[in-house]
Design a protein around this ligand. Sequence first.
Ligand code: OAD
Length: 265
Amino acid sequence: MSYRFLLPGHSAESKKIMEKLLKKAAQDLAAAQNVVALTGAGISVESGIPPFRGKGGIWERFDPMEYAHIDAFLKDPAKVWNVLLKEMKAMLDKATPNDAHKGLAKLEELGLLKTIITQNVDGLHQKAGNTDVIEFHGNFAWHRCLECNKTCPVEMIDLTQIPPRCDCGGIYRPEVIFFGEMIPPEHLWRSRQISSDCDVMLVIGTSAVVQPAASMPVVAKESGAKVIEINAEPTPLTGPISDYLIMGKAGEIINGIMAELERLL
Ligand code: OAD
């Protein structure tokens, strides 16, 4: 088996493999003309935001069909606000970018990373400094009135009444994509375009099971790009799509790659 899919642990051999993979990723990035990143909940775990799936994941505690489907929200907005959205707001209010977000901002500054396609709604890539971020599943920072369509920044949302209401009396919803809703076509179109144009795609902290986001690395691979996966565990992309997986915490791995990259540039 080639080293590219060996999963690093704590042995001397694993450490060597990790070093090799970090070097390889830095070399691939340094040689690239057009890097795109696809990120998921795992990149924000080190900022204190839990992932959706797996141990400690949000969907372990809440049934997404009961709390994250648009029909469930429209049927009982107070229930969804009380159980899921209030907690999300409290978590996102506190979160700040971690080393993985900061590393991606540095990659943009170096002229290597062009665009991030993120499934996250936490706005942490922009807070870290990235300027071209496609928010595939929306952004919790903005809310929209279901009646008059007025948008309102989250810090202006009054949670003393649940569900929160606009001046017109309508209920506010976050500008995020609920299950059962379409990805904005312009986001989908542009994401496909840049995925097919990139020469390296970094896929960071996503279980790669939610479509159509999970198909972007497939588009990249089919168009000849190298796909580098950084994740805490293997995913359906590992093997058939990813050129290699660097397994571990996104912040630590990005720091390792950036250190190697500094030596090269
Ligand atoms: P998931 O929660 O499905 O997957 C997160 C991935 O990150 C998992 O594979 C974890 O192993 C990995 N992970 C956890 N901690 C990590 C760390 N510190 N460093 C690196 N990797 C880590 O999240 P997404 O793939 O983003 O959709 O989920 C996709 C979509 O499903 C979300 O955008 C959301 C959800 O339902 C909507 O809300 C529409």
